[in-house]
Design a protein around this ligand. Structure first.
Ligand SMILES: [Zn+2]
Length: 251
């Protein structure tokens, strides 16, 4: 059976009105930055890659640790990760790819198309990108280290990716069968529990109906065990079990 861990590598403060869609409250909101690790199969599977020191500096991230270091602390050498599922290509999910030199990266076709397409020139979208890391996607693809997939896909028996879109053009979420039930790694389909539990979107959107449908998909996948892992929520450490600071066992 699979085990799932959320690994925290940074924090940043913002305000509710800057973050949630049509939100008036100015209260402070703290985002936690995670990558996720799936163990118990024939090899470890990483979900997302975090970012490097340059983004940590430029974007005012507190308590940054390299995602490679955090993965190593969880007992997996970064070079021993053969597969990384990339939920989407925002800087905080993709810009750390070079830390995992032997991984093949699975990303949705719609996501690749968007970040090489006509709208990235606008800051509304472009500010979420690390351009150098996106350029690396092309190089890695020619090196046969990128698998561009379309729609839902089984990764291994009991592990699936589900294309939901909404927040980004080809956002995919990950479900993992565990002894406790099915874990749903929502990534930024639901940054906070507030998103999926109240239906309030985040401000960064490519398709609002898809984002709302994604909330329904998360609920449907999770089932009665409610093993939902929001993408940036400090509450992950309260709802699940920290085994040491920054390493949270989900199931
Ligand atoms: Zn994110």
């Amino acid at each position: 059976m699979y085990e799932v861990y959320a690994l925290k590598y940074g924090e940043r403060d913002t305000t509710a009105c800057q973050f949630f869609h049509r939100e008036s409250s100015h209260r402070t909101l703290t985002l936690h930055y995670f990558v996720w690790l799936i163990l118990g199969g024939p090899h470890p599977i990483l979900v997302d890659t975090g970012f490097l020191d340059d983004d940590a500096q430029a974007r005012g991230i507190r308590n940054y640790a390299s995602p490679a270091e955090v993965v190593a602390r969880a007992g997996v050498k970064p070079a021993d990760v053969p597969l990384a599922l990339i939920t989407h290509l925002h800087y905080d999910h993709w810009a750390g790819h070079s830390l995992f030199p032997n991984a093949e990266f699975w990303v949705q076709k719609d996501e690749v198309a968007f970040w090489t397409g006509p709208f990235v020139r606008y800051p509304a979208f472009g500010q979420s990108a690390n351009v150098g890391a996106l350029a690396g996607l092309v190089t890695l693809n020619y090196a046969k280290r990128v698998r561009i997939i379309e729609g839902d896909r089984e990764v291994l028996p009991g592990i699936r990716v589900h294309r939901v879109g909404g927040h980004t053009a080809g956002l995919q979420i990950v479900s993992v069968q565990t002894a406790r039930g099915r874990v749903v790694l929502t990534s930024d389909a639901s940054h906070f529990y507030h998103n999926v539990e109240t239906g309030q979107p985040v401000q960064i959107i490519t398709n609002l109906p898809e984002m709302l449908t994604a909330f329904e998909t998360i609920h449907a996948l999770a089932g009665p065990e409610r093993l939902i892992v929001a993408g940036h929520d400090p509450q992950v450490a309260e709802r699940f079990t920290p085994v040491e600071p920054g390493i949270i066992r989900i199931a």
